[in-house]
Design a protein around this ligand. Structure first.
Ligand SMILES: Cc1cc2nc3c(=O)[nH]c(=O)nc-3n(C[C@H](O)[C@H](O)[C@H](O)COP(=O)(O)OP(=O)(O)OC[C@H]3O[C@@H](n4cnc5c(N)ncnc54)[C@H](O)[C@@H]3O)c2cc1C
Length: 315
């Protein structure tokens, strides 16, 4: 599929369509946390930051939740907290410490996966390509490595993707030779959206992937995690300095409004970029609609402006 390149993405190879770059992480831009903030709290937190094993949360909705862990020499410790921040990803212990039924889980499966590959070779060419065999991506990871993405069927296995097939498929989907090299890691990532509501339970606050997952095509996972962290940090500072818990009380609602806005963006960009190529997923009609939506992003200044704002995380 050949579309005009976005001004900042350079020229696509023949048959390739640069769309968005999942590597473009944009941190929400706002003023710094108030000077004179809780430096001593931050310093204390930093000293507990690394190498904790067997982390376990207890009493998350009590007056003083506890966090137990073992230090590198195996000695057990227990922290008694006023508040705890669960920022340990989708498979961490924080959300698991919330009693069943206290959170509502909203989820959507897209019906396809990404083969995600880390290769020790510079990304050349780099960008995203849309092809009848599915979406493909080659994204720089530093000067000497690249992340490679290939849309594949939800029931594909790694055995179906030997290294040679990865390179030949990328070359076919980009319509130009893709530089090959040693493959360091390969995994399958089913594309899905998940939100847990509310994003807190008592004095345990859930942040980032512990509270929500967006499909990787949107490149919004880190933005959302940083947004949650900023909202939580500001709320904690307000509580610690002014004894005002209003921002903490509003934490879940504040974050969820933002999260759902970007879940909507993530779902839209995922569907149009994946359907625009591979008609086997939702048939030719959806493919043509997806292509029309994608073209609008390139051709209509209004659509391009909105896309730019959502990509940058400022809408
Ligand atoms: C293939 C793929 C591509 C992606 N590409 C992008 C992209 O381009 N841009 C983007 O913004 N997002 C992307 N994401 C999403 C992004 O990686 C996540 O949304 C983001 O990392 C979430 O940050 P987090 O801090 O909430 O969780 P995580 O990054 O998962 O961090 C949680 C941390 O907690 C630690 N932890 C968990 N359990 C314990 C425990 N019991 N004890 C101690 N430590 C523990 C983990 O080791 C980990 O370090 C992608 C995701 C995938 C799968």
């Amino acid at each position: 599929m050949s579309l005009p390149p976005r001004p900042d993405t350079g020229s696509p190879g023949p048959g390739a369509c640069p769309v968005v770059r999942p590597a473009d992480h944009t941190t929400p831009r706002r003023g710094p946390l108030r000077p004179g903030g809780p430096r001593s709290l931050a310093t204390r937190l930093l000293s507990y930051r690394y190498e904790a094993a067997d982390v376990a949360l207890d009493n998350p909705d009590g007056e003083h939740p506890t966090v137990g862990y073992r230090d590198p020499s195996g000695i057990p410790h227990t922290l008694t907290c006023d508040y705890s921040a669960g920022c340990d990803g989708d498979r961490g212990v924080s959300r698991a410490a919330v009693p069943a039924g206290a959170l509502t889980r909203y989820s959507h499966g897209y019906g396809y996966s990404w083969l995600s590959v880390l290769a020790r070779v510079p990304a050349a060419p780099s960008g995203m390509a849309i092809h009848p065999r599915g979406l493909a991506g080659v994204i720089p990871r530093g000067a000497h490595a690249s992340r490679l993405y290939l849309q594949c069927a939800a029931d594909d296995t790694l055995e179906q993707w030997p290294d040679g097939r990865v390179w030949s498929e990328l070359t076919a989907r980009f319509g130009t030779p893709v530089s090959s090299g040693p493959i360091a890691e390969k995994r399958l990532v089913p594309l899905r959206s998940v939100v847990y509501e509310p994003m807190r339970h008592g004095r345990l606050y859930l942040l980032g992937d512990a509270a929500h997952i967006v499909p990787p095509m949107s490149a919004k996972g880190i933005n959302l995690a940083l947004h949650d962290a900023e909202v939580f940090a500001r709320a904690l500072v307000r509580q610690a300095h002014d004894g005002d818990g209003a921002l903490l009380d509003a934490y879940s609602e504040t974050c969820l409004r933002h999260v759902w806005n970007y879940q909507a963006f993530a779902s839209w960009i995922t569907e149009i970029t994946h359907n625009a190529g591979d008609a086997s997923h939702e048939a030719e009609f959806r493919k043509q609609i997806a292509r029309a939506e994608l073209r609008r992003v390139f051709d209509s200044p209004a659509a391009n402006r909105l896309f730019g704002k959502l990509s940058a995380g400022v809408n």
